[in-house]
Design a protein around this ligand. Structure first.
Ligand SMILES: [Zn+2]
Length: 252
């Protein structure tokens, strides 16, 4: 699920300002897709961290696959590193997009440091306020994956298994951070599902809408997609090489 709010921008404006003689400006958190070019290109950031914040008992299994998928599309000659950190979110059972943003920015730090881009992946206990949602991308560098809901979404006799669903949902949400589909660009190819904006109309793409919902277990009886399809990849390539103009970027 791709969550966009304008309230955060208003909040940011009030947070930035003068502090003594020094002007400090809080980092622009952006919208999902706001750091797409920062990942796809190496001109600004040569390496990347995938920083996991997980609650005890919620350590993810998906990160190696995610690293592989991002390696396939992003240009990071300095490498992509996984950082895992166990945290106590001290939060109730229900999460809103604002809750996710607040915890990420309270516990984590900036997405953009000198040469390293950092994306945060939260794995908390509890569920999203819309319990049918398995994962959310809430700003340019923040994703939350709800493993309790994923556990419940497991298919009949474990097909698909909760591990498979977790991997697909995690790659799916990172796809929203990459601006898929048509979030910060407009594709030449008609592959956005008109009934589910910013999702692929191809059920073999990890960006298919059902991947991030609790119907996934009944929707896919065999393999669930865990990679970007050719249209997704072509969109990413055309953003990277400048064929498509890319909007809402929070850097450069
Ligand atoms: Zn989605």
């Amino acid at each position: 699920m791709r969550v966009v709010t304008v309230t955060i921008l208003v909040m940011l404006t009030s947070l930035s300002g003068c502090f003594g003689d020094e002007i400090f400006l809080e980092e622009d958190r952006g919208i999902p897709g706001g750091l797409t070019l920062a990942c796809l290109r190496s001109s600004e950031f040569t390496s990347m961290n995938l920083h996991v914040l997980y609650e005890e008992g919620y350590q993810p299994e998906a990160m190696e696959l995610l690293k592989q998928r991002l390696d396939e599309v992003c240009d990071k000659p300095g490498g992509i590193n996984i950082i895992t950190e166990k945290v106590d979110f001290s939060h109730g059972d229900t999460w809103s997009a604002d809750d996710v943003r607040t915890k990420r920015w309270n516990i984590g730090s900036d997405a953009m440091s000198s040469e390293t881009l950092t994306w945060y992946f939260l794995f908390p206990s509890g569920m999203y306020e819309d319990e049918s949602v398995l994962g959310v991308a809430v700003d340019a560098s923040t994703v939350a994956i709800f493993l309790d809901s994923i556990e419940d979404a497991e298919g009949f006799l474990g097909r698909p298994s909760s591990s498979e669903i977790e991997r697909s949902v995690t790659v799916h949400e990172s796809g929203h951070l990459l601006g898929l589909v048509n979030t910060v660009y407009t594709s030449d190819v008609d592959h956005e599902d008109p009934d589910h904006p910013h999702h692929s109309n191809n059920e073999d793409s990890v960006m298919y809408w059902a991947v991030e919902t609790n119907t996934i277990g009944s929707f896919f009886s065999n393999d669930i997609p865990d990679e970007f399809d050719n249209d997704d990849k072509m969109d990413l390539e055309k953003m990277a090489d400048g064929t498509y103009s890319t909007t809402n970027q929070v850097w450069g």
